[in-house]
Design a protein around this ligand. Structure first.
Ligand code: PAP
Length: 354
């Protein structure tokens, strides 16, 4: 049960003052706590419900030591919004010269995407080994493709200044259902049992924003606002804002835009030679799911069942699990919170071609 709570902070987007992280470990026990959203205890900080361990160790380590490089690409997302797909596409694109997508021994054929693309706030950083965390990230060859679930406002200012950020957003109802099902399918490997998060509870917590990295709408809004500032003020962070549903409809078009943004656009020869289609194919849900590394029984480096990251990959599948009334209530909560922001999810749950 939640042991304490505070009034939700006003929606403030990415314009919030940059927080500081010195002494964070001492501050964490005093922060509002939410324990009904397994597998992690969440603490509210900076307007978000974050895993306690990330707040205590991962985020301070990141702020203390991470040095971005201009050629870095940071993949950002609210959980269950297309992270694994984005990791696969971005890695395969950035490293296509070394690892041609058609090669049978491509890293994606051997490893779970979460073992290929490193999260900024986990790994050694989560273990509190600041030096090791920095060394691990430093050791990665350029161009580095990295990932994060952190909200934009909690990233180090030097990341805002230096990194290209690709953000993927997804219909909140599908992200909610995907997370709920993930806790069930990954049960046993992430410290939860299949029944520890009933759908009704996941639904209620999500609407209150009290979920893993929630509120979802605030997470999305911050990156959307940052992507808009890029258009009007080139000096501020480069954020490419993608939608999962649009990627399903046109994976090749979105991949080409992403490659361009990453600074490694596809040449006409590559397009004519089918490289874009090969990467799309390599990174398709069906293909990745069929890889030995992602089969049932395998676990990734974090101990999570590898197959739990690959389910249906559809737009609008929330309808298979939630009633229309529940869907309407999620939409209302989200649209209420976003009113006046200029951003809307309206229309994003239209079933996409598969
Ligand atoms: P994460 O935040 O834990 O990394 P993430 O990859 O963002 O998870 O989300 C998992 C969702 O992406 C799953 O959606 P579903 O539960 O609605 O099916 C998963 O099926 C989907 N997914 C994973 N890989 C792909 C892919 N290659 N193409 C499309 N969707 C994918």
């Amino acid at each position: 049960m939640a042991s304490s709570s505070t009034e939700d902070e006003p929606l403030q987007g990415a314009s919030a003052a940059a927080p500081t992280y010195a002494g964070m470990a001492d501050l964490v026990p005093a922060l509002p706590l939410e324990t009904r959203c397994p597998p992690f205890a969440l603490r509210q900080y900076g307007g978000f419900w974050l895993p306690e361990a990330a707040l205590r160790r991962g985020i301070p380590a990141l702020h203390a030591g991470f040095v971005p490089r201009p050629e870095d690409v940071l993949l950002a997302s609210f959980p269950k919004s297309g992270t694994t797909w984005l990791m696969s596409l971005a890695f395969a694109t950035a490293h296509r010269a070394t690892h041609p997508p058609f090669s049978g021994d491509h890293p994606l054929c051997r490893s779970n995407p979460h073992d290929i693309v490193q999260f900024l706030e986990v790994g050694a950083a989560l273990a509190g080994r600041t030096d090791a965390a920095v060394a691990e990230l430093e050791a990665l060859p350029s161009p580095r493709v990295l990932a994060t679930h952190l909200p934009y406002s909690l990233l180090p200012a030097r990341v805002h200044a230096a990194s290209r950020i690709v953000y993927v957003c997804r219909d909140p109802k599908d992200a909610l259902v995907s997370y709920w099902l993930f806790t069930r399918s990954a049960s046993g490997s992430v410290g939860v049992d299949a029944e520890s998060l009933p759908l009704q509870q996941a639904f209620e917590l999500f609407r209150e924003g009290r979920c893993f990295y929630g509120p979802q709408w605030r997470h999305v809004l911050e990156y959307w606002e940052a992507s808009r500032r890029r258009a009007s003020l080139a000096a501020v962070a480069n954020v490419l804002f993608l939608r999962y549903e649009e990627m399903l409809l046109d994976p090749a078009g979105n991949l080409r835009a992403m490659a361009e943004f990453m600074g490694c656009g596809f040449s006409e020869e590559e397009v004519a030679g089918g490289v874009v289609d090969e990467i799309v194919e390599l990174c398709s849900l069906e293909k990745l799911r069929s890889m030995e590394a992602n089969r049932s029984g395998r676990r990734n480096a974090s101990g999570i069942r590898s197959d739990a990251f690959f389910r249906k990959g559809a737009a609008g599948d929330w309808r298979s699990h939630m009633s229309p009334e529940m869907g309407r209530m999620v939409d209302e909560a989200v649209e209420d919170a976003l009113r006046g922001s200029g951003f809307s999810f309206a229309g994003s749950s239209t079933p996409a071609r598969q």
